[in-house]
Unconditional design. Sequence first.
Length: 164
Amino acid sequence: MKNTVILVGFVGNNPEIRATQSGASITTVSLATTRSFKDGEGNRQSETEWHRITCFNGVGKCVAEHVAKGAMIMVTGRIHYTKWTDQNGTDRYGCEIIAEQVDFLAKAKEATKDEPKKRRSSSAATSRMGNSKWLRNDGCGAISISQSQSIIASSAEGASGRVL
């Protein structure tokens, strides 16, 4: 069995960064996804759901550097459920998406219904470029690819970025 989720949507807030006691970096954003459907009377309806996205270390660093409220991103990761007891003794439950890869589809000002012109990726796994060549970057930052005019970002641990 595999726990995998892929979400495409618009970021609802600027990334929030915090560090754990052990020094790990955690970046969180909220992501809005919208689905359209026809109701029982045939009228077109839409429904927006908000998802809490959590990114660790290198992926989180790239998200913090390159994402802003309104950006369109694609998150590939896993669903994580938590349970805790609050101060009143009531059991509480939470759900979040732990991001393993974040593809930057459009900057906030570019995020329209039209196809985005520039795409970036931040991944915790090796990725493949569209021209079948491997790309590796050991630092988090933007690399200009003159061949495809795309921008690629990768995690600080040396993970690779990919052009979609």
